[in-house]
Design a protein around this ligand. Structure first.
Ligand code: UT7
Length: 335
């Protein structure tokens, strides 16, 4: 029997208009443009402004643009999976809200939370519903309004994160393209280094948790950095070895955009040149669940059918992993 693979057949993203620059942050906390660029590679990030605006608004804009671009009617969508750590509310799932806002009526929808790796976990899960033969059109949405959980008095985290939403359409193919393999890992011990202290069942919201600023991201940067560098590189190299991919065979590494130094270290371990790595952290910062699709969206016009691509991520949990895929269509500007 011919194997069915899940191919990415379209991608779109939504980035809010407001740009928060390093200079503006330097006026808010004790930091400098030079420190932020040297330690993270980030120059600016986009922030979603407006009362009542949440993660679903960015996700829905990305989905609506994607449906239009791929000439897909909302009724054709079978399933929508949203990866996010900043859901509109504890429940219902943000995926439900995105689907409603985008006019999707015939699908079921759910959220996945694996912090920054949620994007690759969700993409793999979405692909499996296609590979099983169950569904024909599945949407993966990666969206986060990180500004809703960033403490803008904490210089160690507020310089890092930005807001964005992105959506990917997956469809079946029997050609030699699509998602070929995925490797995912988790280690719950990492929760001590990166988490949000209050607002969950262990510590529900109270006056005290608000006074103690416990509804924001807590991160021990150096500890997370060490794990991220080794785990992201290990899993990416393992994927190359398993599929006998030499550095020159790889068109693109699409790494989670958490820190330019982590990206460069991963690329070095994989033996890649700079021009094989998608990097846009300088303009968006770390958008958590949206970083990888945001890169693919920006590079879409340059991609060619058959391009070998590795997606690689690391995030809170800890969670990490990689996906190996062959791109399924020619971009407008491919050479
Ligand atoms: O996406 C999810 C996974 N997350 C990650 O992968 C993030 C991993 N970690 C990192 O990217 C980096 O650890 C950070 C960017 C968060 C921090 O960079 P670092 O090079 O590890 O800095 P550090 O935490 O070791 O801090 C060095 C110094 C400290 O001062 P002292 O103790 O040496 O006097 C910090 O207080 O830099 C200070 N510092 C700052 N200075 C100016 C921390 N943040 C800032 C800041 N501006 N914004």
């Amino acid at each position: 029997m011919t194997k069915i693979r899940a191919a990415i057949t379209g991608i779109h993203a939504y980035v809010p208009d407001y740009i928060l620059t390093n200079e503006e942050l330097a006026a808010m906390v004790d930091t400098t443009d030079d420190w932020i660029i040297t330690r993270t590679g980030i120059r600016e990030r986009h922030i979603l402004k407006g009362k009542g605006k949440g993660t679903s608004d960015m996700g829905a804009e990305a989905v609506k643009g994607l449906l239009e671009k791929t000439n897909t009617h909302p009724d054709e969508i079978d399933l929508l999976i949203c990866a996010t750590v900043t859901p509109d509310m504890q429940f219902p799932a943000t995926a439900n809200i995105i689907a409603d806002k985008a006019g999707i009526k015939n699908a079921f929808h759910f959220d996945m939370n694996a912090a920054c790796s949620g994007q690759i976990y969700a993409l793999t899960t979405a692909a499996m519903y296609i590979e099983s033969g169950l569904y024909k059109k599945v949407l993966f949405v990666g969206a986060d309004k990180m500004s809703s959980i960033v403490d803008y008095t904490d210089r160690t985290t507020c310089v890092i994160f930005g807001d964005a939403g992105a959506a990917i359409l997956l469809e079946p193919t029997t050609e030699d393209v699509g998602i070929i393999d995925s490797m995912h890992h988790s280690d719950g011990i990492g929760r001590i280094h990166l988490h949000q202290k209050a607002g969950g069942s262990v510590k529900p919201a109270s006056h005290e948790t608000v006074d103690d600023r416990e509804h924001y991201i807590y991160q021990e940067g150096q500890a997370v950095f060490k794990f991220a560098v080794s785990r992201m590189a290990d899993v990416s190299v393992e994927m190359m070895k398993k599929h006998h991919i030499e550095p020159e065979d790889l068109a693109w590494l699409v790494p989670h955009q958490a820190n330019l130094r982590i990206i460069e270290a991963t690329a070095r371990r994989m033996g890649l040149d700079k021009d094989q790595v998608m990097i846009n952290i300088q303009r968006y910062g770390n958008t958590t669940s949206a970083t990888i699709p945001l890169c693919l969206w920006e590079w879409e016009d340059k991609l060619r059918k058959g391009d070998n691509i590795i997606l690689s991520a690391f995030g809170g949990g800890f969670t990490w992993g990689a996906i190996y895929l062959k791109w399924a269509y020619n971009g407008k500007n491919h050479k």
